[in-house]
Design a protein around this ligand. Structure first.
Ligand code: F0G
Length: 457
C-alpha cells in the first residue's frame, strides 16, 4: 500500500488550548460586540483568525533566537537577513520593518502620490488602506475567473492583462507602479502563474513602470507553480522563487506568513536610488536601517525561516493540511473557493446563509455562528472588510462574501481540522433558521473591520 500523507515534523513544545460551553461563548461574543477581533484568545478553542504571526517556529529558529545580535548598527543578525534575501530572493538592497504594513508604509511614502492609481490583483486591505490613505486608488485587475468560486482555474491570483493594459493606456501618467500579491490573499490564497508574472513584467517594462510584489506568501505561490504549471515540476522551490522575483523590481514582505516568525517584515529592491529614498522614511517610521523595528533575534529567526519555508516538504505539509480541511467541508456540501488556497479555506457565505440580507453582513453572521457553535474563530472577508468607498462613503458590497479559515503554519493537527469541519457542518444543518444578521453600532473611518462594534438585529 502507498503510505498516507503525514506531517514533515514532530512536536517538541505544546501549548494548552481551552474548550468552553455554548452559554459562555454567547456571553463572550455579545460582550465583544460581535466582533471576533475583540475576543480574548483564551475564549477561542481553535484560532483560524489568521495565519499571520501565529505559526510554530522550528528548533532551528529558536536556536537562532539565542544568537541574536542586538547591536544598534551593523548587527550580524542584519547580515544574516541580508544574505538570506540576497541568496533566496535575489535583491541586493533591503530594509527591515516591523511587519508587512510597515513595509507598505515606507515604500508607498516614496512611490504613491495623491491622485495615483495602483493596479494589481485584488490588493490586501492594508495595501489598499495605505494607497487610499494617500488619496490614491487601488485598481483590481484580477481575472474574472477568480470571482467564480466553482471555476477550477489553477491560478486565480492572475492579472487580466487586457484590464491592466487598458489601465496603462488610459491612465498611464497616474500609475506609479504595479503591485502583484503572491499568493493573492483576497481572492482566496490563490496563486499567480509564472507565465502571468513574466507577462506583467513585460507589460510594465513596455509602459516604463516598475513592478512590486506583495510577497507575504511567496513560497506557497512557488509551491503551486511547481505542482500546477507545466515546465516547473522538476524545478526546486528555490529555483522557482528566484525566477518569480526576477520579474519584480521591488517587494514588500510580511514575514509573519512565509518566513514563519511571530513578527517582522522588510522591503527589498534592486535600485539604489529607491533604496536611498525609502531609507529616509524607514528611519523616521521604523528604526535605523540595520534593524528597522526588529530585534536582532527576530531577524535571525526570520532568516532561518526563509530557508526552511523554501523547502518542498515544509510547504507540502502545510498546503496539504489546508486542502484536507477543504475536502472535508466539500464532502459535507459546503461551498468553498475552489481550488483550495495556500493558507486558508474561504467559505462562501452567500450560498450558506441565503436568507441574510447583504446589508446585515452575511459573512460576519456566519463567522459569529461558527464561533458560537464551537469556539472556532475565523474571519469575515466581506462587506465589513470591503469598507466604504472613500469618496461616496457608501458601503462597498463585494462580489464574494466569505468566511476565511486561515490555518497557522505547523500549529494544529488534522484532528483540529476535523473539529472545524464538523462545527461548520452543524451550522450548515441549521442554516435555514439563521435569517438575520447585524447592524453597525460603531465603525472607524478606515479599516473598520478590526474595531467595528455590532448589534444583533
Ligand atoms: N499583504 C498581504 C497579502 C497580507 O496578507 C498581509 C497581512 C499584509 C500584506 C500586511 O502584513 O499584517 O504583517 O502588516 N495579512 C494578515 C492576514 C493580517 O490575516 O491575512 P502585516
Amino acid at each position: 500500500m502507498e503510505l498516507p500523507f503525514a506531517e514533515s515534523y514532530k512536536i517538541k513544545v505544546v501549548e494548552p488550548i481551552r474548550k468552553s460551553t455554548r452559554e459562555q461563548r454567547l456571553a463572550w461574543i455579545k460582550e465583544a460586540k460581535y466582533n471576533l477581533f475583540n475576543l480574548r484568545s483564551e475564549h477561542v478553542f481553535i484560532d483560524l483568525l489568521t495565519d499571520s504571526g501565529t505559526g510554530a517556529m522550528s528548533h532551528f529558529q529558536w536556536a537562532e533566537m539565542m544568537l541574536g545580535d542586538e547591536s544598534y548598527a551593523g548587527a550580524s543578525s542584519y547580515y544574516k537577513m541580508k544574505d538570506a534575501i540576497s541568496e533566496l530572493l535575489g535583491f541586493d538592497y533591503f530594509l527591515p520593518t516591523h511587519q508587512g504594513r510597515a513595509a507598505e508604509n515606507v515604500l508607498f511614502s516614496v512611490l504613491v502620490k495623491e491622485g495615483n492609481i495602483v493596479p494589481g490583483n485584488s490588493h490586501f486591505d492594508t495595501t489598499k488602506g495605505h494607497i487610499e490613505f494617500r488619496k490614491a486608488s487601488a485598481l483590481d485587475c484580477t481575472i474574472d475567473e477568480a470571482f467564480d468560486i466553482h471555476n477550477p482555474h489553477p491560478f486565480k491570483g492572475n492579472v487580466d492583462l487586457n484590464k491592466l493594459e487598458a489601465a496603462l493606456q488610459k491612465d498611464g501618467d497616474r500609475i506609479p507602479f504595479i503591485i502583484i500579491t503572491v499568493t493573492c490573499n483576497t481572492s482566496g490564497g490563490q496563486p499567480v502563474s509564472m507565465q502571468n508574472l513574466r507577462d506583467i513584467s513585460n507589460l510594465a517594462k513596455k509602459y516604463n513602470k516598475i513592478t512590486v510584489f506583495d510577497s507575504a506568501r511567496f513560497a506557497e505561490n512557488a509551491y503551486f507553480i511547481k505542482t500546477r504549471e507545466a515546465g516547473y515540476e522538476n524545478k526546486s522551490i528555490r529555483e522557482i522563487v528566484k525566477e518569480m522575483f526576477s520579474y519584480a523590481d521591488a517587494m514588500t514582505m510580511s514575514a509573519k506568513k512565509d518566513a514563519i516568525v511571530n513578527m517582522g517584515g522588510f522591503i527589498a529592491m534592486r535600485d539604489q536610488q529607491l533604496f536611498r529614498d525609502a531609507t529616509v522614511f524607514n528611519i523616521i517610521f521604523e528604526g535605523y536601517i540595520t534593524y528597522g523595528g526588529m530585534s536582532g533575534r527576530d531577524m535571525n529567526a526570520l532568516a532561518a525561516g526563509l530557508y526552511e519555508n523554501t523547502e518542498f516538504e515544509v510547504l507540502e505539509t502545510r498546503i496539504e493540511q489546508v486542502a484536507y480541511l477543504g475536502k472535508r467541508l466539500t464532502e459535507f456540501g459546503i461551498e468553498v473557493q475552489q481550488p483550495y488556497g495556500g493558507h486558508a479555506i474561504f467559505v462562501d457565505a452567500k450560498s450558506f446563509l441565503p436568507h441574510v440580507a447583504k446589508e446585515q453582513f452575511i459573512a460576519q453572521t456566519l463567522a459569529v455562528e461558527l464561533y458560537i457553535e464551537s469556539g472556532v474563530r475565523g474571519v469575515e472577508i466581506g462587506t465589513l472588510l470591503a469598507d466604504r468607498d472613500p469618496i461616496t462613503r457608501e458601503n462597498r458590497y463585494p462580489e464574494l462574501e466569505m468566511v476565511r479559515l486561515a490555518i497557522p503554519r505547523r500549529t494544529y493537527t488534522n484532528n483540529h481540522m476535523d473539529v472545524v469541519a464538523i462545527a461548520l457542518k452543524n451550522v450548515w444543518d441549521r442554516r435555514d433558521s439563521i435569517r438575520t444578521g447585524y447592524s453597525l453600532l460603531y465603525e472607524a473611518p478606515i479599516m473598520r473591520h478590526f474595531t467595528v462594534e455590532l448589534q444583533k438585529i
